[in-house]
Design a protein around this ligand. Sequence first.
Ligand code: DGJ
Length: 504
Amino acid sequence: MKELPRIEKTDGRWQLTVDGRPMLLFSGEIHNSSASSAEYMEECVWPYLRPLNMNAVIAPVYWQLIEPREGEFDFELLDALIDQARRESMRLALLWFGLWKNGESTYVPDWVKRDQRRFFWARDSYGRPIYTISPFCDAAIEADARAFARLMRHIRERDQDEQTVIMIQLENEIGTLGIERDFSDAAQRMFEGAVPAVMPGAHGTWAESYGEEAPTYLMEYAYAAAVERIARAGQAEYALPMYVNAWLEQFPWRPGAWPCGCPVARFIPVWQACAPSVAFSAPDIYVTDFAGVCEDYTAHDNPLFIPEHRQDLRHMSDVLYAYGKGALCFAPFGLEDFFTPLSENAPLDNRAQILANRKTACPESGAYLAGAYKLMAGIEPLLHRALREGRVYPFIRRTEHEPGCELKMGEYRLRLNFKDAEGPRSAGFVIDNGGGDFFIVGSNVNGAFFGLYDDPRPVRALAIEEGTFENGVWQRGRLLNGDEAGLYLSAMPEAIHVRLFYQM
Ligand code: DGJ
């Protein structure tokens, strides 16, 4: 059998290996309901993804639709999705919308929703059910794991030769929403007992081990243990890399305002201990402190992978920072919206209406992302090497008033000035090729090189070039000299090549 895609650490750096080679995903996640109709995908999704220069799509598979009656499976929709992706030369990361999606259990089949004795709900402190099947419900986890294993078997039988499907996200933004923990009888029994030894920091009861955070730790454990069972069942059939994603902790800072049990960065050690079959935890980044989240998620020996991101142009340049920081994937959410022509005539009766309802068309974001993905595809081989060798320096305007930053690279300093222009915020990365040779990739920034602080010699340019990359090789455009010899990167994703020398 062809070797499977995998997440692995080589030379101290995480990478996704597909077809035996490292691969960056230039991606996007489609809307939750899009993949529930092959016809809708054909008419209203794929045409709008084509201009984006993507190489992978993140798309859901719904338990509700693949197992409409217990034990009876229907994979017609998934097969159509795989065929369409192949035709479009794209890979798929599939989202398993099983027991939990955004802290609730809306995607479980009818037979699960109706059998509330067998598949019991999580409860608040008054005993009222919330719309989430309890992560302490053994029968529910078993049923999800069985369906997921059947799905993975089908993907293996259908796809192991071509490997269009390369990864799986397990569930989506799991956790209990609105309450700090589950108070069902099963949860209560667990909360009153000793913390399982596998938990980091376990010594005695939950309260003894984790103090006032005991409820949150309980939920993190419960979801990690449940997801581990589901992942293991799936991997026994077909061992694709699997990950979980998080709705981030944010204002108001109260457990339950985000789903409790979510793999937020500070609980990654819990997930690593209790869910070893899960390759990594991934942040859905809608907050503005993009760099802060990336730092949190890489602080735990955890690959950086961004399966969801906001759509607005201001934050679209985060894409460049992400790859410069070593991200394996960047994926704005709902990106079939970007190029939606709102008044197009429709071959489907309701198509014009559906498209008109997409109020978030943002062609500027689409154009920016398409440009970034094209640039990144060209630079990818070179970037892999430079990241492995620690020669990449990402930068980003973290707050609106930050004037710039300084990067120290070997015997050179680069001072970057962030532009106050509208459009994408200043962001990008620098590759140090050694010997005063640099590539600067970014948007809305200008800069100047200097020597080290204690070195009085001036630094001068041998050449500053515009250009592009093809298969990791620089293709020079204009040579910028005379009074045009500046380091200026405009609002669109760009690259310049700089060669410097010290004047004696
Ligand atoms: C986060 C969820 O994970 C997605 O499935 C989607 O619902 C988005 N929010 C919508 O903004």
